[in-house]
Design a protein around this ligand. Structure first.
Ligand SMILES: C[S@@+](CC[C@H](N)C(=O)[O-])C[C@H]1O[C@@H](n2cnc3c(N)ncnc32)[C@H](O)[C@@H]1O
Length: 321
């Protein structure tokens, strides 16, 4: 799903108070910082210019990843549609708050907690039209959450923390989760390792996993095979200029895990790669309740074939259909 166009336009308008060459240099610097300094607890996007560049070059992609993760979680755990309150930690410029408001129109309050002043102020500006969104300044490693919420989430934040802080933060977030804790990280090997560690920790504390895993056992993916999905995002002219390249879209790779307090009704398997369609058959790479395997679905399988034809990577598929 695309970031609403009015938010995109506003972010670009704010960014264009600086010269495009300056923005491009900042964009390059931010990319280097995210590549080299994540996982060390360092401050990465700090100045006004950095926040503005983040909102133009990263926010449309993180928004698309968050929207997809919410969509998959909602399918696996329909009770999520009833949420009254949400908290987003490390809110940046407000991608998750806008995604939550777009999905759940009746949510009474979406509380954004962000440490960096310039990210927070830009986020406040970009989410001004969403009346349920409130912002507070806070560093989640130093403070406890003072309230609980039906949905607690973070996107692309855990991987910025040191390992020691990460575990403490995961515990804090789970302790205040009423229904769903949604964690979204870059779809890289390192991003997925962060989630796998969180998964072990949370399951040992009594959490159930609602998505994407169709089982509660140890994750069977390791080494250079990790669970990630892709959200396609259209690129604006300014985005192309700041990040280089001419392709009109970018594919944002992300990993996510949704933990719930009540045992979810897990049906079927998760499709881990893009389905391969050949004449009269579809090949699927699946994570099922008891193994990871390839499946070939043929036309003879009627309803299952129809379901497989409509399915994409990331979807759940009921093999009994
Ligand atoms: C990569 S950005 C992601 C922003 C947003 N969640 C998104 O998906 O677009 C990570 C954000 O987490 C914030 N952050 C990092 N550590 C934090 C902490 N300890 N407490 C609060 N916010 C933090 C950063 O300032 C930054 O805005």
């Amino acid at each position: 799903m695309e970031l609403p166009s009015d938010v995109k336009k506003k972010a670009e308008k704010i960014a264009l108070q600086w010269k495009q060459e300056k923005l491009k240099a900042v964009s390059f610097l931010l990319t280097e910082r995210y590549k080299n300094d994540s996982g060390k607890g360092k401050r990465l996007a700090v100045t006004k210019e950095e926040a503005a560049v983040y909102s133009v070059v990263r926010m449309p992609a993180t928004y698309a990843a968050i929207s997809d993760a919410l969509k998959y979680t909602l399918k696996a755990f329909p009770e999520l549609s009833e949420i009254d309150s949400a908290i987003d930690i490390g809110s940046g410029t407000g991608a998750a708050a806008i995604a939550i408001c777009s999905y759940f129109e009746n949510t009474r309050e979406v509380l954004c907690i962000e440490r960096e002043r310039n990210m927070r102020e830009l986020g406040e500006e970009l989410t001004k039209v969403y009346s349920s969104v409130k912002w507070i300044s806070g560093d989640i490693t130093g403070t406890d959450l003072s309230q609980s919420a039906d949905l607690i989430m973070e996107s692309y934040m855990l991987n910025e923390l040191s390992e020691e802080n990460r575990n403490r933060v995961i515990d804090k977030l789970w302790d205040k989760t009423e229904k769903v804790l949604l964690l979204i990280e870059p779809g890289t090997m390192a991003g997925f390792e962060v989630l796998k560690d969180a998964r072990r920790r949370l399951i040992s504390r009594g959490a159930y996993i609602a998505a994407p895993c169709p089982h509660m056992g140890e994750c069977r993916l390791s080494g250079d095979d990790w669970c990630h999905f892709t959200a396609r995002v259209q690129r604006s002219k300014l985005h192309k200029y700041l990040k280089g390249g001419d392709v009109p879209y970018e594919d944002e790779k992300f990993s996510y895990m949704a933990f719930v307090r009540e045992k979810p009704c897990i049906k079927g398997a998760r499709i881990l790669r893009h389905p391969i369609t050949e004449k009269g058959m579809i090949k699927l790479s699946l994570c099922t309740s008891d193994e990871n395997r390839e499946a070939v679905i043929t036309k003879k399988q009627g309803e299952l074939f129809k379901a497989a034809r409509k399915a994409s990577c990331g979807d759940a598929i009921d093999l009994k259909s």
